[in-house]
Design a protein around this ligand. Structure first.
Ligand code: PMP
Length: 447
């Protein structure tokens, strides 16, 4: 169908109309089934169709759908806050519920600024982020984001208080002969260099995705990188914000991705998985130190949206955590993640044009290159990622290809982020369908 509510390329192409869901499959109006191997954009962690989360949301709709947070709190919001705090990294003691990822990162960056106003350091105004990262599409989040293509035409509207250092992507960016630890230290130390260049007394926060999702395709940092980052933040009194909107909420096999880095952030942003696509839900979690400073100072966080702490969304979030626990889904993420990684390496490990296969849990990426030896990306005008997406949809597979060498640095990649509920049969189906889709796309660009 030609869409009248979407913009751009979607109005020109015929989009299938999704009408139903069943486990990891979405079904269109013609009855075609699509295996959702990317959870949309790493959202649908419980798959599709009716489940206990949809039931919980319906029940909450009937009980009490909405109560504005300047008048009331609600049982689901309080209960979900308690559950998340109990499970969150050490030091995290407060939660601020929002409706999505951009709202979560905006809230974190504003709270970082307010924290320093409350604590008598008003000159701390700069935020440092990384190139090749994504923190959302609203102006503040986009200013922090490091995807030059997304920023491009909006540069005049972006904040001048945001600064960038390099991404940590060993396979793509390490120098000849440089070991992972040496590389990790070098790129982490760029944070210190940037802080010193700006003046340590002027820097409020550093924001980064523990495993980079949309802009790089499931790229974890090398071991030791985030420990050095934490050290630098501590040394200069800079707050560390982790954006776990995509990689968090169990996606990498632990509830918080930072658990695998052995560090404790000052703030964490989550979204996507916590609402499982069933409700729009995100959250910014922060340390007691930050909360206490605001409470002792002006007394309130100068922020807010109409739908913060939404009862239906937070009730769905609670039901999502119940599902994780009831079915031990994070163990399945680790087990199926290992199987999928092994299957991908088995099938594509020696395939021409597949440069790198990486990721954690059920958050995996393949980087595609024109030349494997030189890691030269495909010519962006070939639109390889769009061809793969189209060929995969024709096979009945949803995967998330992104690409083009927009920074002159990065190749096309495919992000895989299937529901946490998949089994071995789905792993095989993903690899088989992806194989056929890649054949079609590679043939097209070769012609
Ligand atoms: N941060 C990260 C790491 C993301 O991947 C995304 C969404 N892809 C966002 C922020 C923004 O989330 P939303 O689209 O829900 O605003």
């Amino acid at each position: 169908m030609r869409s009248r509510h979407l913009f751009g390329r979607h109005t020109k192409a015929d989009l299938p109309v999704a009408v139903a869901g069943e486990g990891p499959y979405l079904i269109d109006a013609e009855g075609r089934r699509y295996l959702d191997a990317c959870g949309g954009a790493a959202v649908s962690c419980l798959g599709h169709g009716p489940n206990p989360v949809t039931e919980a949301a319906k029940d909450q709709l009937d009980r009490m759908a909405y109560a504005h947070t300047s008048f009331f709190t609600s049982e689901p919001a309080e209960e979900l806050a308690d559950r998340l705090i109990a499970l969150a990294p050490q030091g995290i003691e407060r939660v601020y519920f929002v409706s999505g990822g951009s709202e979560a990162t905006e809230a974190a960056m504003k709270l970082a600024r307010q924290y320093f106003l409350e604590t008598g350091e008003p000159e701390r105004r700069h935020i440092i982020a990384r190139w090749q990262s994504y923190h959302g599409n609203t102006l503040g989040a986009l200013s922090a984001g490091g995807n030059r293509w997304r920023r491009g035409q909006f540069e005049p509207l972006l904040s001048g208080a945001m600064h960038h250092i390099d991404a940590c992507h060993y396979w793509r960016f390490a120098e000849e002969g440089e070991g992972p630890e040496e590389y990790g230290l070098r790129v982490a130390n760029q944070l210190e260099e940037k802080i010193l260049a700006l003046g340590p007394e002027t820097v409020a926060a550093f924001i980064a995705e523990p495993v980079v999702g949309a802009t790089m395709g499931a790229v974890p940092a090398v071991p030791g990188y985030f420990q050095r980052i934490r050290e630098i933040c501590d040394q200069y009194g800079v707050l560390l914000i982790l954006d776990e909107v995509m990689c968090g909420t169990g996606r990498t096999g632990t509830l918080f991705a930072s658990e695998q880095e052995g560090i404790f952030p000052d703030m964490v942003c989550i979204a996507k998985g916590i609402g499982a696509g069933i409700q729009p839900l995100g959250a910014m979690l922060c340390s007691d130190k930050i909360f206490a400073a605001v409470e002792a100072g002006s007394g309130f966080f100068q922020h807010g949206h109409t739908y913060i702490g939404h009862p239906v969304a937070t009730r769905a979030g609670l039901a999502v955590l119940d599902e994780f626990e009831k079915h031990d889904l994070l163990s399945n993420v680790r087990e199926m993640g290992n199987r999928l990684m092994t299957a991908l390496i088995g099938r594509f490990g020696n395939r021409s044009h597949v440069g790198d296969i990486r990721g954690r849990g059920l958050f995996l990426g393949l980087e595609l290159v024109d030349n494997r030896m030189t890691k030269t990306p495909f010519d962006p005008s070939l639109n390889l990622h769009a061809r793969i997406k189209k060929a995969a949809m024709a096979e009945g597979l949803m995967c998330y290809p992104m690409g083009g060498t927009v920074d002159g640095l990065r190749g096309d990649h495919i992000l895989l982020a299937p529901p946490y509920t998949i089994g071995e049969e789905h792993v095989e189906e993903i690899v088989d369908k992806l194989d056929r889709a890649l054949e079609v796309a590679f043939e097209q660009v070769a012609a």
